[in-house]
Design a protein around this ligand. Structure first.
Ligand code: SF4
Length: 61
C-alpha cells in the first residue's frame, strides 16, 4: 500500500496529522507524507485519515 497527498486539494486542516502522526506531517500549511514506506501497522490509521479528509486529498494506491 502506498499513500500520497494531492497538495492542490489539501486545505491544511491537520486532521490526518492528528490521526496518523507516524505518516503525515504539516509542512508550509499543507500535509505531506513524511515516510518513504509505511510503518508496520499504520495501514488502518492511514485509511482512517483518508476517510476523514474533508477534501479527499489523501490518495491510497
Ligand atoms: S486531512 Fe486532508 S485537508 Fe486536512 S491536512 Fe490532511 S490531507 Fe490536508
Amino acid at each position: 500500500m502506498k499513500v500520497r497527498i494531492d497538495e492542490d486539494l489539501c486545505v491544511g486542516c491537520g486532521l490526518c496529522v492528528n490521526t496518523c502522526p507516524d505518516v503525515f506531517e504539516m509542512k508550509d500549511d499543507k500535509a505531506v507524507v513524511k515516510v518513504k514506506a509505511l510503518p508496520p501497522g499504520s495501514e488502518d490509521s492511514v485509511k482512517q485519515s483518508k476517510d476523514e479528509c474533508p477534501v479527499e486529498a489523501i490518495i491510497i494506491e
